[in-house]
Design a protein around this ligand. Structure first.
Ligand SMILES: Cc1cc2nc3c(=O)[nH]c(=O)nc-3n(C[C@H](O)[C@H](O)[C@H](O)COP(=O)(O)O)c2cc1C
Length: 363
């Protein structure tokens, strides 16, 4: 089924307007009678945030913004699914066109602007699958015109934490003006204090929903020092490194490169992997990291793991490589373990972090 989709449907989708193609892919996933995937090798199993992931390959936020197809995505073989970003109130996002495919660069620029059906609709869908197998988290954000941004995150936590396996605090979307200022030390300190407080308040018994902080790959190292320090002080459960970049590293599609928004896909790999390694050396094992940005092969996924990621996520790679990418990454990871005579991926996490941080800054 997956091979059939990649051979027949995916090339067709790439001829369409990117947002139309995305809607069609979602519609196909809603209807496709996907079989249960083969069980993953035990060697791919990852323990993180108190959860057991069957494999380390997740789908990043933004593909299933309204939690319409988390179970279909799990059936594609992902080890976990992050739905959202969601905002408390429904909002339309930016005017179209707002999603651009840079085929020559295998990259995407988006300025969707956190278009969301709102937390009530998303919570209802997640509640309806509550208790179903598979790890599903939610990416939460703030409404564009909200007065108290932090209150928006708190509202999302109150509505959603009972229905998900983890919560991702997204302070790194470049398309909501001012949102990324929440990464600055004082603002982040207040945000995480209230977020963690809300998480504790709504916890049922000892079951606390893990909270992850997702940062931008555009942070300066000084800002990163602060962000990791604050995250450690508030004992977040993990960090995701990272979101899309506002930089435009060496793109071939020079016209589309001028579009405003966040860049993802292959040209993001080097920068996001550098930030990941920089985060790893600062976190000193206080919490696990999720690596995202430009993963489109098993080698790229393994490089993220060696730079410090316990888990990885991808989105843009699916557009260019198809959904067979998930299976091929998992099989390549098993090969890398065999070649390196390692029993589990945990043995490789962070192995190259020091080396990556010693290289010249990626440009
Ligand atoms: C169309 C699109 C929408 C996205 N929406 C979100 C979002 O709502 N919240 C978020 O934290 N990240 C969002 N992202 C960022 C991805 O989750 C991911 O961090 C980034 O694309 C880098 O991974 P990639 O190179 O594999 O795509 C979005 C990315 C794309 C391409």
């Amino acid at each position: 089924m997956i091979t059939l989709f990649d051979r027949l449907v995916a090339p067709l989708l790439r001829t369409l307007d990117p947002e139309q193609a995305h809607a069609l892919a979602l519609a196909a996933l809603k209807r496709a009678p996907l079989p249960r995937p083969a069980a993953d090798s035990e060697k791919l199993r990852v323990q993180a945030f108190g959860l057991t992931f069957p494999n380390p390959v997740g789908i990043a936020a933004g593909f299933d913004k309204h939690a319409e197809v988390p179970d279909a995505l799990l059936r594609l073989g992902f080890g976990f699914v992050e739905v959202g970003g969601v905002t408390p109130q429904p909002q339309p996002g930016n005017p179209r066109p707002r999603l651009f495919r840079l085929d020559a660069d295998q990259a995407v620029i988006n300025r969707l602007g956190l278009n969301s059906e709102g937390v009530a609709a998303v919570a209802a869908r997640l509640a309806a699958r509550s208790g179903a197998p598979g790890i599903v988290g939610i990416n939460i954000g703030a409404n564009k015109d909200t007065v108290d941004r932090i209150a928006d995150y708190v509202a999302c936590i109150e509505a959603l934490s009972a229905h998900v396996n983890f919560l991702t605090v997204n302070v790194s979307s470049p398309n909501t003006p001012g949102l990324r200022n929440l990464q600055q030390a004082a603002a982040l300190d207040e945000l995480l204090a209230r977020v963690i407080d809300a998480r504790e308040r709504v916890a049922v018994g000892a079951a606390r929903t893990p909270v992850l902080l997702k940062i931008a790959p555009d942070l300066t190292l000084g800002d990163l020092d602060d962000a990791v320090g604050v995250a450690r002080r508030h004992r977040v459960d993990g960090m995701i490194v990272g979101n899309t970049t506002i930089s435009r590293p060496n793109l071939r599609e020079t016209e589309k490169a001028k579009e405003q928004g966040g860049l993802s896909g292959r040209p993001l790999f080097a920068l996001s992997t550098r930030l990941l390694a920089e985060t790893y050396v600062r976190a000193e094992g206080a919490f696990p990291l999720v690596g995202a940005g430009g993963i489109d092969s098993g080698a790229a996924a393994f490089a993220k793991i060696k730079a410090g990621a316990s888990l990885v996520q991808l989105y843009s790679g699916l557009i260019f490589r198809g959904i067979g990418l998930v299976r091929s990454i998992k099989s390549d990871l098993l090969d890398f373990l065999r070649i390196g005579r390692m029993d589990s991926l945990a043995d490789a996490v962070g192995r190259d972090a020091a080396e990556v941080t010693a290289q010249p800054w990626p440009g």
